[in-house]
Write a protein that binds this ligand. Structure first.
Ligand code: MD3
Ligand code: FE
Length: 227
């Protein structure tokens, strides 16, 4: 298990024992290379099924633009936007119904990844699903609308590879870049939770499971949980 107190010791050695599979990106953040590869076909199938209930849509930005990334959600809370701003909502504004439930396969993956990165007891209530068509991008931002910033965010990449950017705690901190591939999982928590991050325009390419798309799942604790 990873530790996030920055202290040197034998636990820090453990963290490097399989560097290909658990690479610390920053204190609190870890890349689990290929962690989801084995279940990727089932994940893509689950996403397709959920998208028939809550279709992918290009959200409107508060400035009146249209996001190049198409999104949908599963879980109790979904991500919505309009001219008044972004927020989490219990129902899909397109249907008026609750979002599709988060399948056990997804919940279990998120819990196992968080645990492997040093965050046991991760119980997300929202899974945002991003779909990148060729040239779609996500500009540098922080994820700050979750009520529980103590919990990490777990991200799963599927399909076409993309270049992920992450900087520091200020927008102006020069971002570093790392290529994320099909099956890669990244966990961001603790001191890394408020890192500015984004995705460079996704290249025109095809993947056997997703065709022209890159899919990304982000698991979050968005709401205040009741005891
Ligand atoms: C670092 N998604 O949905 S995932 C998003 O690949 C989002 O679709 C990107 O940023 C994507 O908000 C990046 C990696 C990620 C997610 C959340 C983070 C990195 C993060 C939160 C804090 C710091
Ligand atoms: Fe984000």
């Amino acid at each position: 298990m990873m530790r996030h107190d920055g202290r040197q010791g034998s636990a820090m050695i453990d963290l490097f024992e399989d560097e290909r599979h658990c690479l610390p990106l920053d204190p609190g953040a870890a890349l689990l290379g290929g962690f989801a590869s084995g279940i990727a076909p089932a994940l893509v199938e689950a996403i397709d099924a959920m998208a028939t209930i809550a279709p992918f849509r290009h959200l409107e930005t508060p400035g009146g633009g249209r996001m190049s990334v198409a999104m949908t959600t599963c879980g109790e809370l979904g991500w919505v936007s309009d001219r008044s701003g972004y927020r989490y909502a219990r129902t899909d504004p397109l249907s008026g119904h609750t979002w599709p439930a988060m399948p056990l396969l997804l919940r279990d993956l998120a819990g196992r990844a968080a645990e492997a990165a040093g965050y046991p007891d991760f119980h997300p209530d929202a899974c945002l699903i991003n779909r990148y068509e060729p040239n779609a991008r996500l500009s540098l931002h922080q994820d700050r609308d979750e009520a529980t910033l103590a919990a990490p965010i777990v991200s799963v990449s599927l399909g076409v590879s993309a270049t992920f950017l992450w900087g520091g705690h200020r927008r102006t901190d020069r971002p570093r870049r790392h290529r994320l591939h099909h099956g890669d999982v990244v966990v961001w928590g603790g001191p890394a939770r408020m890192t500015f991050h984004g995705v460079d325009p996704v290249p025109a390419d095809t993947h056997p499971l997703t065709g022209p798309y890159r899919l990304n799942l982000t698991f979050r604790c968005a709401g205040l949980r009741r005891a």
